[in-house]
Ligand binder design. Structure first.
Ligand code: SF4
Ligand code: SF4
Length: 502
């Protein structure tokens, strides 16, 4: 016998000596310890089977919601197969059924224990403080603004001749958000351009006059106020750090101050992240990705200028650092403010959204309390083995090897020239690396459980990397455009001045 029926045996009253018999009533007689144990094992097996089934069905439904059809299919397949041995082993009667259920339970317990065992990172905790500062004139967003034939152009390539060849290559392409690029869409490009135009309008608000009356508050309370207000304005996470020299560019690379030394003597930096919509990023490298990044530059920029304005009104100097107008390297500031780590693709990797964020910074003299940075080595470990972004990168711009020592710091460095050349070909900011990164999955129960395991155990990390490939594909393709974006341009005609006036 096997199963729940073994726990108790029910015998007819007629089988009991007559003197004690109770006519027409059943008497329950406890069985042996062995039978009781077998019944308990069966019950536990059924319970585990049901919990497993519920978890897998939840995973399937959640994946459908996320638009991940491959993951949903895998979950459904597992839901109809994985719980079966637990449930059938307990309910069916066959030889050695109890032994089968027992072995299954023992193996399950061992597997869970091994995966849950806190095996920390093997990545060495190295001092990752940069030993040199970046000249903003060398970044691609500054180089793309150089106009052929101008003195600034000539001087830059005289001083940096190694950059001329790759820059000629991106200049030979149609360009970011330009007609003729391979992902050109008048609709998504217009939407993105509109967000960038709004960001440019914010530039006049990044700095300003400081109120003459200074209103003091206890720094801890002030920090809490600033963080809560930023979150109310739409920030996903907010962190504070002491402003360091290596956070600052050496020389301004864009705008009217081009070529001047960065002057910024504030004491603190507030880093703000905002979430980029997974639904839009999943369409990378097509139009939705650049619509989303432009929009989140606007959202993060708006939060930063509001914070800066608020702080100046309290009588303290404050400057916002937003898209197109930075004096600091935002990912470094955000990392030091405890918001994440810098991963293989060179972006800030946050614990709950991975690289699927945009960052803005406010530097200030307002007395605040800086956050602790807890280096998250599990992320570095994950990046060492994962390499998904490197394989998916259409520009071949992400290194697939181990970290190298660059300017005294062990890290990965992407090939910014190759990345930007690709952007100039396709017209969007690509974002394939962000889309495929396992850390970019939505922040819900399903993925939070995986993230918790990834943080906790090196073995779990290895398993998670393999499983991400099974559920989502090694190089997940871009999702199809949503229906509302599938509009076709009709015949174009030039609008003359008379029509414009009407
Ligand atoms: S895709 Fe993998 S290797 Fe690349 S940043 Fe994300 S976790 Fe790291
Ligand atoms: S944005 Fe595209 S080209 Fe650039 S590093 Fe990421 S995947 Fe590669």
């Amino acid at each position: 016998m096997n199963g729940l029926s073994e726990i108790w045996s029910v015998s007819a009253a007629s089988a009991v000596p007559e003197a004690y018999s109770i006519p027409h009533r059943a008497v329950i007689v406890p069985l042996s310890e062995g039978t009781l144990l077998a019944g308990t094992i069966s019950s536990i097996s059924v319970a585990i089977g049901i919990v497993l089934l519920l978890l897998l069905v939840y995973g399937a439904i959640q994946s459908h919601r996320e638009g991940e059809s491959r993951a949903a299919t895998v979950f459904w397949l597992l839901a109809v197969s994985l719980p079966l041995p637990y449930i059938l082993g307990a309910l069916l009667e066959f030889d050695n059924a109890t032994a089968f259920s027992t072995i299954l339970l023992v193996l399950s317990v061992v597997a869970v224990a091994v995966l849950a065992w806190p095996l920390r990172s093997s990545a060495k905790l190295v001092d990752d403080t940069p030993t040199s500062r970046i000249d903003e004139r060398d970044i691609m967003f500054a180089r793309k603004l150089l106009e052929v034939g101008t003195e600034r152009f000539e001087q830059y390539y005289r001083e940096n001749p190694q950059n001329l060849e790759p820059d000629d290559r991106f200049r030979a392409e149609p360009g970011l958000l330009k007609k003729g690029s391979s992902s050109y869409s008048p609709f998504s490009f217009s939407a993105a351009n509109a967000s960038f135009a709004a960001v440019r309008r914010l530039h006049e608000l990044i700095d300003g006059a400081v109120a003459s009356e200074q209103i003091a508050a206890e720094p801890r309370a002030m920090t809490a106020f600033v963080k809560k207000w930023a979150q109310k304005l739409g920030a996903r996470a907010v962190g504070v750090t002491h402003l360091q020299d290596y956070h600052k560019y050496t020389t301004v690379g864009r705008g009217d101050d081009y070529g001047s030394q960065v002057q910024l003597d504030h004491s603190f930096a507030i880093a703000v992240t905002v979430e980029m919509d997974k639904n839009m990023i999943d369409r990378a490298p097509f139009g939705p990705v650049v619509m989303e990044s432009a929009q989140q530059y606007l959202v993060s920029g708006t939060i930063a200028v509001q914070l800066a304005e608020c702080i100046r009104a309290l009588g303290y100097a404050a400057r916002a650092h937003i898209d197109g107008n930075y004096r600091v390297v935002c990912p470094l500031v955000a990392r030091d403010a405890g918001l994440g780590e810098i991963g293989r693709m060179g972006l800030l990797m946050t614990p709950d959204l991975g690289p699927r964020v945009r960052i803005a910074v406010v530097t200030t003299d307002l007395p605040l309390v800086a956050d602790e940075r807890y280096p998250e080595r599990s992320m570095i470990d994950f990046c060492v083995e994962c390499k998904k972004c490197a394989e998916a990168c259409p520009g071949d711009a992400i290194p697939s090897g181990d970290r190298e020592t660059i300017d005294g710091v062990k890290r990965w460095q992407i090939d910014q020239e190759e990345c930007y050349i690709l952007w100039s070909k396709i017209g969007t900011d690509c974002g394939r690396c962000v889309k495929v990164c396992p850390y970019s999955h939505p922040d819900n129960l399903l993925h939070s459980l995986v993230r918790r395991g990834v943080r906790n155990s090196a073995l779990f990390r290895k398993l998670a990397i393999k499983l991400d490939d099974v559920f989502y594909g090694r190089i997940p393709p871009p999702l199809d455009l949503p229906q509302w974006m599938k509009l076709e341009p009709k015949d174009q005609h030039m609008v003359d001045d008379t029509e414009k006036a009407v």
